[in-house]
Design a protein around this ligand. Structure first.
Ligand code: F0G
Length: 448
């Protein structure tokens, strides 16, 4: 693992953007979506955190500052992103565009521990964010940067959650939002949010990968500020999922952190957060990152099995539409995250993902299908003997159950062959009808 001098700039130095491929360094207010020299992805480097007098903060003081920051100041600081601003975007100042967001719970449920095989399974539920997914953490920072660089419009390609989040934060900042989504492949809750928050919505005849190529080209040629997770500030915001969960665990790192993976922005963000926390001494050991893909959209898992010798692309297909991605953009960053944490990448079938979702939903927790990949992944790694039942495991649920009501109606109302369907019952408006239902209903609960 890298030393603090390799991971951070000199104490108090202003943040910069650095190309991960050729090393070119650019000012933090440069709005280019990628390295203008070589086209590589940019990453943010911050100065080592200091106090008001410029003295280097030790690990204890940094933890104390994070804790103090929470809710202590007016708007912006009730946020689970901005209390970590010293290692996210130290110079945001009054540009901050915050809902607020973050401060999501770390849950445990006996049913999910039982089903996954991990006794004390913890669930970081990012569906509790304001637009119902983890994207809000990256978007508050991305839109703040758009304000700082004077963007006239912001844009993204999306499988639905990023577009909903961009639409919400762009509306707050008063900047026009433009989103590119694959026609017919976006869950209805996400599309409805995007329209409601007022982003101009382009339904592209093509998949997510085609949308991403199109938005990158459009951003280059039309000067629109790009807010996909290739934008390094999005990564900075998404790091706070890890920062916050470590804080909730009193900085005692778990054995595994498990998350669903599509475009790999989040995997990259988790790796960067862990690298920085370890370098600053906030944690004394590194959890293993586990990235879980859907089997029909698993180029990264395939590459992992060959020690990342080849970068694959696939024509993606999965019921988990959020991660229906065949050519992930943050590939190299994510390889670094997996390698740097002795991580694991695996693929779970759609069947396993839906099984996990049904159990998560029936536990009263709920999540969208892609999110359930993380707990499906935990169960698989327990079966394979890689995760032990006594290990400390945090599985991240990335999106809210209401993101995809279409899938729920299909499972519970429309589909004839779903054994655990909780079918609604039409009755006449009298108590006798209610009594009959009570008599006839043997069990209303879903049996995992
Ligand atoms: N889970 C959910 C609910 C998502 O929406 C996404 C990505 C992921 C997991 C995977 O994260 O791409 O960083 O590996 N959604 C993007 C979107 C692609 O457009 O909303 P990733």
């Amino acid at each position: 693992m890298n030393s603090v001098a390799e991971v951070f700039l000199a104490p108090g130095a202003p943040s910069v953007q650095r190309c991960a491929r050729c090393g070119t360094v650019r000012d933090e207010l440069d709005a280019a979506p990628a390295c203008p020299e070589c086209g590589g992805l940019l990453e943010i480097l911050h100065g080592r955190p200091v106090d008001a007098s410029g003295n280097v903060l030790d690990a204890l003081s940094i933890k104390h500052a994070f804790a103090q920051h929470c809710c202590a100041r007016p708007l912006g600081y009730a946020s689970g992103v901005w209390r970590f601003e010293s290692i996210v975007m130290p110079s945001a100042g009054s540009a901050i565009t915050s809902h607020p967001e973050g401060n999501t719970p770390l849950l445990s449920r006996a049913a999910l521990s039982r089903w996954s095989g991990v006794n004390g399974l913890l669930i970081k539920h990012e569906g509790h964010n304001p637009t119902g997914s983890f994207k809000d953490r990256g978007m508050t920072v991305g839109v703040t940067q758009a304000v700082r660089v004077g963007a006239t419009a912001v844009a993204c390609a999306s499988t639905g959650n990023t577009s909903a989040s961009l639409a919400s934060y762009a509306a707050q900042a008063g900047i026009p939002g433009l989103v590119f989504v694959p026609e017919g492949k976006v869950a209805v809750g996400k599309l409805a949010q995007t329209l409601a928050y007022g982003a101009r919505t382009l339904m592209v005849r093509g998949d997510f990968d085609a949308c991403l190529r199109l938005v990158q080209e459009s951003a280059r040629e039309l000067g629109i500020y790009l807010l996909n997770s290739i934008n390094p500030w999005r990564v900075e915001g998404q790091k706070t999922i890890v920062l916050e969960l470590l804080q909730q665990l009193d900085w005692k790192a778990p054995d595994f952190i498990v998350l669903p993976a599509g475009n790999l922005g989040n995997t990259a963000a988790f790796g960067k957060a862990l690298r920085e926390c370890y370098a600053l001494g906030l944690i004394d050991r590194l959890p293993r990152l586990v990235a879980v893909q859907a089997a029909g959209a698993a180029p990264f898992a395939k590459s992992f099995r060959e020690d990342f010798a080849t970068r694959y692309t696939v024509a993606a297909e999965t019921v988990a539409t959020a991660i229906r991605i065949g050519d992930p953009a943050s590939w190299d960053r994510a390889v670094r995250a997996i390698r740097g944490t002795n991580g694991i990448v695996l693929a779970c079938s759609d069947e396993d993902i839906v099984d996990a979702k049904v159990v998560i939903d029936a536990a009263g927790v709920g999540c969208e299908a892609a999110s359930a990949a993380s707990i499906a992944g935990v169960r698989r790694l327990v079966a394979d003997g890689i995760i032990q039942s006594a290990d400390r495991v945090v599985a991240v649920l990335t999106g809210h159950v209401l993101k995809d009501p279409g899938m729920l109606i299909e499972l519970h109302q429309t589909r004839a062959d779903f054994a655990n369907a909780n079918r609604p019952i039409v009755i006449d408006a009298n108590v006798a009808a209610v009594a009959r239902v009570l008599r006839e209903t043997q069990s209303l609960s879903i049996t995992p």
